[in-house]
Design a protein around this ligand. Structure first.
Ligand code: ZN
Length: 101
């Protein structure tokens, strides 16, 4: 009877440890997402314009992450739509990330 109780306690402690580690991992993951530079979403179809250079980028472009005043084109449902909107406002596709290819 005592051995059974001990086994149960060990099981409960083990499960709690697993939950705790999972919870800590999840909250670390979420805070790392929130701390993304410029809060640029990595949504594949979103485009980011740079008013200074007149270029527009994919959100994961290294240059997009250095933009001081980013302009987002994310209202379209496809990348092509967002490209069009950016180009309509006078932005030129970046030669590095080639957002229009
Ligand atoms: Zn770029």
């Amino acid at each position: 009877m005592d051995d059974k109780k001990k086994a149960m306690v060990k099981l409960i402690i083990g499960l709690l440890a697993v939950f705790l580690i999972g919870f800590i991992g999840l909250s670390l993951y979420q805070s790392s997402m929130n701390n993304d530079f410029n809060n640029i979403s990595t949504t594949e179809i979103e485009r980011v314009g740079d008013t200074y250079t007149g270029l527009y980028h994919r959100p994961d472009c290294p240059k997009a992450k250095t933009i001081v005043n980013p302009v987002y084109f994310n209202e379209g449902t496809t990348a092509a739509e967002n490209n069009k909107k950016a180009e309509k406002e006078g932005y030129v596709p970046c030669k590095r990330c080639k957002p229009n290819e």
